[in-house]
Design a binder for this molecule. Structure first.
Ligand code: 3PY
Ligand code: MG
Length: 252
């Protein structure tokens, strides 16, 4: 199967990623038909457990959308299980130091590049019998920059071999900086930081991504070099569309 996200990155184009909080295979399948380049099953703030995440991966793989997951924390066991289940990339929250980035990337790479244990149960079905030969090349690793320390240690984190890039969590980053959990910030202080992160990552030849609430903001980020934009969430989209329909009925 073609890795849509890597193909876009090879052409310096932006991948747009849907975000799954609903713990359900059918809703994942519906989202997979919507034209996203990738879908992230969010095991940090989403409501699914491993069994449901597995059925969501099976639903997503009825399409060529790239299946990714955000792990709940920088813990190798869950990263390895999700990769074995056929996830083609892992987003790790709260990476604040080079050592943390190394631990994360190592969990996602087979030796000699890392310490991932061998046993690609469903990954073999998803990605072919030769999975083990290309997994280290294929699997995407994104470390989240969403703490003050992570921002300070950005260069060291980006220097980790095998890390594909960094992914900004604006809510946590704002909170960590003492500015409250805010998304889609337009203020110069935040835009300057976001431009800095993009410039440093790109100068290291790495990808930079961000979570956005609106397509307008995601496009703006794409315009300043962000090549992976995660947009809203299934639950938020459902709520927005449902509210709009009820409001339209009432004429409000
Ligand atoms: C954040 O904004 O902190 C995120 O993790 C986005 O998902
Ligand atoms: Mg966060």
């Amino acid at each position: 199967r073609e890795n849509r996200v890597r193909t876009l990155w090879e052409h310096d184009q932006t991948a747009v990623c849907g975000w799954l909080h609903l713990p359900d295979a059918y809703s994942a399948e519906v989202m997979a038909r919507a034209g996203w380049d990738a879908l992230t099953i969010d095991l940090e703030h989403g409501l699914m457990d491993f069994q449901v995440a597995l059925s969501m991966l099976q639903a997503i793989s009825t399409t060529d959308v790239l299946p990714l997951a955000r792990i709940p924390w920088n813990e190798p066991g869950i990263a390895m299980r999700l990769l074995d289940a056929g996830c083609m990339g892992i987003i790790c929250p709260m990476v604040s130091s080079q050592a943390q980035a190394e631990a994360f990337v190592g969990a996602c790479r087979y030796p000699p590049l890392g310490y991932r244990s061998f046993g690609p149960t469903r990954a073999l079905l998803y990605a072919g019998d030769d999975y083990a030969e290309h997994a280290n090349r294929e699997v995407i690793t994104l470390a989240m920059i969403e703490t003050e320390a992570g921002l300070e240690n950005l260069e060291e984190i980006l220097a980790v071999a095998g890390l594909d890039g960094v992914f900004v969590g604006p809510g946590d980053l704002s909170q960590s900086l003492g500015e409250g959990a805010r998304l889609d910030r337009e203020d110069p202080a935040m835009l300057e930081r976001l431009e800095h992160i993009a410039a440093v990552a790109r100068s290291c030849g790495k990808v930079v991504g961000i979570f956005a609430r609106t397509p307008e903001y995601a496009r703006r980020m794409s315009g300043i070099g962000y090549r992976f934009v995660a947009l809203s969430s299934d639950a938020r989209m459902l709520m927005t569309a449902a509210r709009a329909a009820v409001d339209a009925f009432h004429g409000t």
